[in-house]
Write a protein that binds this ligand. Sequence first.
Ligand SMILES: [Zn+2]
Length: 83
Amino acid sequence: MCIACRESEGKRTLLRLVRVADGVELDETGKRAGRGAYIHPQAGCWERAISGSMLQKALRTKISAENQESLSASVSELLASAV
Ligand SMILES: [Zn+2]
């Protein structure tokens, strides 16, 4: 289920974000160990997830400003390359 719009979809089409020791990272393989959250690979869903506390709640962790920035950069890059 996408944490931003709460619509479910096959896992293959969703982006996975994973909680790591020092924050949250984009899991491009979808196979990394750790608590994960899924979002649609769409700017709208991503912005909703990151601007609110949805992502932090889903992963039960705090996301620092630096972490949010680098995460946003990886996701934007991925969204851009997917088009
Ligand atoms: Zn969504």
